[in-house]
Every structure is written in structure tokens, then in C-alpha cells.
Design a protein around this ligand. Structure first.
Ligand code: PLP
Length: 227
């Protein structure tokens, strides 16, 4: 059996035991690798570049659920709105409004996660809890009828310090639980997207419902080759 198949099977068994979903992060990897994972039963794949996501969607089986996990520029939403299953990293109100607009054009309602800034690193995108409250309390938000917020996404600091990573994930879990009190027809806190190759086990302990695992399944990435 191929290594990719073995990895898919062992990771999906492990995470499903925690009632969590495996998002196989296939960015930079060729369609042949994705098909191996597909043959092992994997249907949910994550990509972080719009162009690459479009190309792979074109080439691969139509029952794949594509998740956009990376930073998304507003002007590119239109390219993925017709087919994307979940957008993980909504980090501005402007982006959310554009997703709503493009979803309306293709007569869809798009599920979104709000990305929350939890890491110490300055470089990671994300909203503060204050910004989230500003968005969801606004009248404009209530009128966005083609999107739904179904949870939160976060990235911990890239560090060996397990305690710090755990603390960051726990802080996000707390915000996630607090926001459950504000649920309405546009907000349903059911997905907590935390955990990558290096920290997914901590994320599972902190209540992750979606881990995004790439290099541990497909091997290290080479940024020169894809599709
Ligand atoms: C690349 C990426 C991942 C997967 O990272 P690995 O360390 O390869 O598992 C997860 N989430 C996001 C947002 C990514 O860009």
C-alpha cells in the first residue's frame, strides 16, 4: 500500500476517534498524490491558493469537498464561490461581504469560519474577539443572507513549547464556547478548526473538530511543483 494511503487511514482513524474531521492539506502536491488519498477514502482537501484550488477542482473528482484554508483576497472570491465547501480564514468584514456577494451570484450560501488571531507571531492573520463582536452585532451582517458562520479557525505559534500552544488553543476554545451564546440563524458555533501536522494532538485535546494536516501525510512541500 502507498505511504499516502497508509497515512490517510491512520490519521483519519485517529482524529475520528475524537469526533474530529481530517482536512488533508494538499497544497503544492500533484493531483496524483490527491488521487491516492482519494482512493483511501479521503474526500476533504484543503488548499491555500486560489489558482491552484481552481486547477485541482477542474481536474479531480467532483465529489471532493474543497476547503480554502489560506488567506483569501477579496478580489479572488469569485473564482472559488461556485464550488468551495468551506472558507476557513475569514479575517475581515470586507472579505465576508464579498463572499456573500459572490455566493449570491451563484445562488449558494457559503459556510465560513472566522479566523482568530491567537499566536504571538505578528505575521499570522486573524480577527480579535472585539472585531468579531463588531461584525456580528452590525446590522449589515444580519443582512448577509448568502453566508453562514459555522465556527472559528486559528493557528498557534510555531514553537516547540507545548504549554504555549495548548494555552493558545484553549483561549480559542473559550472564545468559541462564549460565542455559542450568540447563536442565531447566521451563526452556529459547531466547527473549531485548529491543529496542523506539528500540533494536531494538542488540538484534539483542546476540542478541535477539524485538523488541517499536510506535510505529515504528503511529505515535505516543494514550492516549485504543483498540479
Ligand atoms: C499549510 C497549512 C496547513 C498544513 O500544514 P502542515 O504543517 O503541513 O500540516 C494547515 N493550515 C494552514 C492554514 C496551512 O496553510
Amino acid at each position: 500500500m502507498s505511504i499516502i494511503k497508509e497515512k490517510i487511514q491512520s490519521y483519519s482513524d485517529e482524529v475520528s476517534a475524537s469526533n474530529c474531521q481530517l482536512v488533508a492539506v494538499s497544497k503544492t502536491k500533484p493531483v496524483s498524490d490527491i488521487l491516492e488519498a482519494y482512493d483511501a477514502g479521503q474526500r476533504v482537501f484543503g488548499e491555500n491558493k486560489v489558482q491552484e484550488l481552481r486547477e485541482k477542482h477542474e481536474l479531480l473528482p467532483k465529489d471532493i469537498q474543497w476547503h480554502m484554508i489560506g488567506h483569501l483576497q477579496s478580489n479572488k472570491v469569485k473564482y472559488i464561490a461556485p464550488f468551495v465547501t468551506l472558507i476557513h480564514a475569514v479575517d475581515s468584514f470586507k472579505l465576508l461581504k464579498e463572499i456573500n456577494k459572490q455566493a449570491a451570484k451563484v445562488d449558494r450560501r457559503l459556510d465560513c469560519l472566522l479566523q482568530v488571531h491567537i499566536a504571538q507571531e505578528e505575521t499570522k492573520f486573524g480577527l480579535s474577539i472585539e472585531e468579531i463582536h463588531e461584525i456580528i452585532n452590525s446590522e449589515e451582517f444580519q443582512n448577509l443572507s448568502n453566508i453562514k458562520i459555522i465556527g472559528l479557525m486559528g493557528m498557534a505559534t510555531n514553537t516547540e513549547k507545548v504549554d504555549q500552544v495548548r494555552q493558545e488553543f484553549e483561549s480559542l476554545r473559550k472564545k468559541f464556547n462564549d460565542l455559542k451564546n450568540l447563536e442565531n440563524e447566521k451563526i452556529e458555533m459547531r466547527e473549531l478548526s485548529i491543529g496542523m501536522s506539528n500540533d494536531y494532538q494538542i488540538a484534539l485535546e483542546c476540542g478541535s473538530t477539524m485538523v488541517r494536516i499536510g506535510s505529515s501525510i504528503f511529505g515535505n512541500r516543494n514550492y516549485n511543483t504543483h498540479v
